[in-house]
Design a protein around this ligand. Structure first.
Ligand SMILES: NC(=O)C1=CN([C@@H]2O[C@H](COP(=O)(O)OP(=O)(O)OC[C@H]3O[C@@H](n4cnc5c(N)ncnc54)[C@H](O)[C@@H]3O)[C@@H](O)[C@H]2O)C=CC1
Ligand SMILES: [Mg+2]
Ligand SMILES: [Zn+2]
Length: 276
């Protein structure tokens, strides 16, 4: 199966194609979704900060209009990226997730971090450039480890104070300079619940554009320790039996995939597929 969506650096001087608009309140949408004819969208009363050519959807060019502020467009509303992930077409969510990452990165790299002068978009390359410093800045991606720790029929799940009420998930955390993926995983599990792990196994990865994580998913077995929750970060953590699980994260998340795979293996069910 060929992919409906491929990223590309498109020339914004070319007319036509589709466009999405992103403001501080999310993406613009109407009854037909979040993609609008680009020339029509540019005639609306929008405060455009930057325009980026981001790729092709079903062979048609797609552009992002990154806005300074939210404005009223008749017949349209604004909706955050998370809502597009939770319901709707997964390919459109991929387009918007990529648009959000490019928009955020370009917005936050308008000035050179070395000399403070304005940077320019490099033609045909996804980079911002400072000529006096000959410095290129590329889109930022933050590697984050996510792990399901298990002990036979039990899985270790935790709650952050930021989660929806009642929901428990796998442990996760950002890699720090100097760490391997495994070092990071071991440190995060120690910090968050004071548990030791063994037999770390890589399960798969997922782009998580909130705002720029690359989730690397693992399974690990319990090796020792008693659960002690990290203050402020972890509200509660427990061992849950695979037959008696709490409310779990959204079905398209890698957190949910890691849990579902393990439960399927324990119960002898068919394994799920990780959403890209
Ligand atoms: N797709 C999925 O299923 C899931 C994704 N995640 C994502 O994983 C990432 C990490 O999870 P958390 O438990 O929140 O991380 P964490 O355990 O490292 O704690 C978050 C803290 O790390 C610091 N931080 C923020 N950005 C950072 C960066 N780029 N590098 C280093 N430190 C940074 C901040 O102090 C922040 O409060 C987040 O982006 C989160 O949204 C988390 C759980 C499930
Ligand atoms: Mg964490
Ligand atoms: Zn510079």
């Amino acid at each position: 199966m060929t992919s409906r969506w491929t990223t590309a650096v498109l020339d914004t001087d070319q007319p036509g194609g589709w466009a999405v608009a992103r403001s501080p309140e999310g993406f613009l949408f109407d009854d037909n979704g979040a993609l609008f004819p680009r020339e029509w969208l540019k005639r609306q009363d929008l405060s455009i900060l930057a325009e980026h050519g981001i790729g092709h959807l079903d062979g048609e060019p797609v552009y992002l209009l990154e806005l300074r502020s939210t404005s009223e467009v008749p017949g349209c509303n604004w909706k955050g990226l998370r809502a597009f992930m939770l319901d709707g077409d997964h390919t459109i969510y991929k387009v918007l997730g990529y648009a959000a990452q490019i928009g955020t990165w370009a917005r936050e790299h308008r000035f050179c971090g070395n000399c403070g002068q304005a940077m320019t978009q490099v033609p045909r390359e996804r980079a911002m450039y400072c000529q006096p410093c000959d410095l290129r800045s590329y889109p930022r991606i933050s590697p984050s480890m996510i792990v399901l720790v298990t002990r036979g029929d039990e899985v270790l799940l935790a709650r952050s104070p930021r989660f929806v009420t009642g929901v428990y998930s796998t442990l996760a955390g950002f890699a720090e300079p100097g760490e391997s993926a495994e070092d990071c995983l071991i440190r995060e599990v120690r910090e968050e619940v004071q548990i030791e792990v063994k037999n770390i196994q890589y399960m798969g990865s997922q782009c998580w554009p909130f705002p720029h994580s690359m989730m690397l998913g693992f399974h690990a077995e319990y090796a020792g320790g008693e659960i002690v929750c990290q203050e402020d970060e972890i509200e509660d953590a427990q061992w849950f039996n695979v037959h008696d699980l709490p409310p779990l994260p959204a079905s398209k998340s890698i957190a949910r995939y890691l849990i579902d795979v393990y439960v399927a293996r324990r119960l002898g069910h068919a394994e799920p597929v990780l959403p890209g």
